[in-house]
Design a protein around this ligand. Sequence first.
Ligand code: ZN
Length: 433
Amino acid sequence: MAVNESIGREMYELAGRIFPICRSITGDGVRETFRILDEYIAEDGVRFDITEVPSGTPVLDWTVPKEWAIREAYIEDRQGRKIIDMKDNNLHVLGYSLPVDKWVSLDELKQCVYTQPDQPSVIPYVTSYYKERYGFCMSQEMLDSLEEGEYHLFIDSSLFDGSLTYGEVVIPGETDEELMMTSYTCHPSMANDECSGPVVISALIKYVKSLKKHRYTYRFLLNPETIGSITYLSRNMEHLKKKLVAGVVFSCVGDDRDHTIIHSRYGNTIADRSLTSIIKGKQAHTEYSYLERGSDERQYNAPGIDLPVVSYCRTKHDMFPEYHTSADNMDMISPEGLFGAYETMVQWIDCMEANAKYKMTVLGEPQLGKRGLYPTVAQKTNYDGIMVMRDVIAYSDGTNDLFDISEITGIPPYEMLPVIEQLSANDLIVKCE
Ligand code: ZN
């Protein structure tokens, strides 16, 4: 099996293991997810360092919420038939629902059931984190099929003083300057949004562990979206402000349709330049400004926090109809899609590691032929590969880094890496410090 097939398959299988878990912004579903991810990365001698932050802790302008535990949820009719059951799909229960145990009429039932009328066959994903209520979700078709009668609403859940869980892996490099990759662990059974993010992050942890040396320190962070990053920033903002060179939020990275960047607030950081030049090398790619933001880039870019963080998606969340419904299942993602995201981020890591302003050591065009760097037979069909080298040489004047040269020449930066290696090995190019 080719490397890409086996890594893609590994990630897909891992996604399948965390897919069934009923995660929320707090609770045992999150802890169970980390336990499974830990098993995967343990092969490389690492595990997530878990932090539990107690309910009620003030975090920036927010407060860590109560912890939610959910054990059972169903609606049954007078004949004892389960109309819906959380055992079949955990999207059937409203996220953070209060407990309930009562018989109601069809009209009353409708008041606590959420559907997606424009997509009548799917179960929508609905939460109510910050207002206490109970509720269920089902397809519009299911709701329409219910007859007049009495229904038993049953949810066995509790909200209590517990904690919010996040986990991180930090892999020290030659310097304490950091690259951060982060995603979230707060959605129940949806594959692209969200299993794809933690899974690709876990595979990248293994990749960085496999590097013989790297200059950057790598921070891999998984936390509940929004409240988790706010909690994390409330404790780590000063450190990140000092050390973070670039960060990427992963969201919906498992489909095989597109490669997308959502830029930082002003779109002018090295995170923007680097990831843009890498996705531009892909067949399909899309750029959005910060005005189209959606995930945790909102927290890292908030005024006063101002960290160099962008988001990376395969297809952006509001651009696929399966988003936040039961249709975002394991068919939505694929080994190829996950591998496409993994490969893109490996290229990003490699390019960030090699990035520098380079300068030629000779005046005039170097004679490549005498160094074995030029095909000795000159024919126009040989030019493509050699043009990459000649363009890298042409713009290595000490003022451009890899991403600048990519912007000027249209050559993806990862295609320049072997060229730079060859030129360096021949002492034709040096890094400007
Ligand atoms: Zn989401």
